[in-house]
Design a protein around this ligand. Structure first.
Ligand SMILES: Nc1ncnc2c1ncn2[C@@H]1O[C@H](COP(=O)(O)OP(=O)(O)OP(=O)(O)O)[C@@H](O)[C@H]1O
Ligand SMILES: [Mg+2]
Length: 236
């Protein structure tokens, strides 16, 4: 009993620490915007066209990193209410968004599966994983498996995969691998970090591994009943 109480106190302290740090990072990101806008305006007065172009590109890049960071912190602070929903149907809507663009995503799993959690967050998490499979690879697919104690969502592709030594690094915010460094492929490197944060909010985990025969598998394990009715993950 005493151990449980000590554990709960520690849990609460960690939660508060994270909340404070999130708030601090959010305000730093926010405050960087004003000087950055001024720099961007001053770029117009640079006479060397080539230098000007490069500087504008850099400031635009910083702007989009800051905007994504702010979006990320916003989600962390305003947590969605947990509710019962059909996870299978939700995954199909993510897939439909792609078929509308002419991209086929293979789905396998039950037609219906009720899960208790945060539907908007889970949708965004899956969309992030699928976006990577479409952007960096081909033949994307989603598999939904209902287990005894948890559900498992697997997003896989037949692309280049990720070197084993980088499999954890890609979860670091803003980290992108060399070939995708160039900004033309969009993205700032927050997709996987926020997807993992969402899995963990549900008391679950997101792991990456390479497929035999090439390609990446992003595996999300979502335990049943880890989120309680007030919407906080127990023990996570
Ligand atoms: N399915 C995949 N196949 C190969 N490489 C991948 C795959 N998914 C992610 N990566 C690599 O991991 C990096 C990090 O992915 P992440 O989704 O976090 O960021 P991003 O896609 O670059 O940007 P964002 O998701 O914020 O738009 C990517 O830049 C890419 O190099
Ligand atoms: Mg991404």
């Amino acid at each position: 009993r005493q151990a449980i109480m000590a554990y709960n106190t520690m849990q609460a302290k960690i939660q508060q620490f994270i909340a404070e740090r999130t708030l601090m990072l959010a305000s730093i990101s926010h405050d960087l915007r004003a000087p950055l806008t001024r720099i961007r305006l001053r770029c117009e007065f640079i006479e060397d066209i080539d230098q000007q172009r490069k500087l504008i590109r850099d400031t635009d890049e910083m702007q989009s990193m800051i905007n994504s960071a702010l979006g990320f912190f916003r989600d962390e602070t305003l947590r969605e209410q947990a509710t019962s929903f059909d996870l299978s149907e939700l995954l199909q809507t993510v897939i439909d968004d792609y078929s509308d663009q002419g991209i086929d995503v293979v789905f396998s799993g039950p037609a219906h599966l009720v899960y208790f959690g945060r539907p908007v967050g889970i949708k965004r998490m899956t969309a992030n994983l699928l976006e990577n499979a479409v952007k960096y690879a081909r033949h994307p697919r989603i598999e939904l498996i209902n287990g005894q104690t948890s559900v498992c969502i697997e997003v896989s592709d037949e692309g280049p995969g990720i070197a084993d030594s980088e499999l954890e690094n890609v979860f670091v915010p803003f980290f992108r691998l060399e070939p995708s460094r160039n900004r033309d492929s969009g993205g700032v490197g927050l997709g996987l970090s926020s997807a993992r944060a969402m899995a963990r909010q549900h008391g679950g985990e997101l792991l990456l591994r390479n497929r035999m025969g090439g390609g990446l598998i992003a595996q999300v394990e979502l335990p049943h009943g880890a989120i309680n009715r007030t919407g906080s993950a127990e023990g996570a």
